[in-house]
Design a protein around this ligand. Structure first.
Ligand code: SF4
Length: 108
C-alpha cells in the first residue's frame, strides 16, 4: 500500500493537478470522503468546495460521484481483508487533517 500523501507541498502536485492520475494513493483517491473502519461509516470533508455537487450526484447511479463511491467501497472491502491497519491509520490521519462530518445514510 502506498503511503498517505496529503501534504500542502506534495511532490506529485503539478500545475494541472495531481500528476499520478489514477495511480494516486488510496487516501487521495478517497477524498472528499473519509472512511472510519471502526464505525464502518463514510465521512466527508465539509471544507471541500465540490461537496454539494458530489452529494447531489449521488442520487444518480450513473454519475461520477456514484462511480467514485462504488469504487471506494470495493477498495475498502479489499483493504479490510488485506490491510485493516492501513485503513485505521488512514482514517486517523484524515480525522486529524480534515473537517469531517458523517455522510448520513451512507453507512455500510
Ligand atoms: S492527490 Fe496527488 S498531488 Fe494531491 S496529495 Fe495526493 S498524490 Fe499528492
Amino acid at each position: 500500500m502506498k503511503p498517505i500523501c496529503v501534504e500542502s507541498r506534495c511532490a506529485h502536485l503539478a500545475a494541472t493537478g495531481c500528476s499520478l492520475g489514477k495511480s494516486k494513493p488510496f487516501g487521495c483517491d478517497l477524498y472528499p470522503l473519509a472512511y472510519d473502519p471502526e464505525e464502518q461509516i463514510f465521512h466527508f470533508d465539509r471544507e471541500c468546495p465540490l461537496l454539494g455537487l458530489y452529494l447531489g450526484q449521488l442520487a444518480d447511479e450513473g454519475s461520477e460521484a456514484s462511480h467514485h463511491l462504488a469504487r471506494m467501497r470495493a477498495a475498502i472491502a479489499a483493504l479490510e481483508k488485506t490491510d485493516a491497519d492501513y485503513l485505521r491509520a488512514n482514517f486517523a490521519f484524515d480525522r486529524e487533517y480534515f473537517e469531517l462530518v458523517p455522510l448520513s445514510g451512507m453507512s455500510d
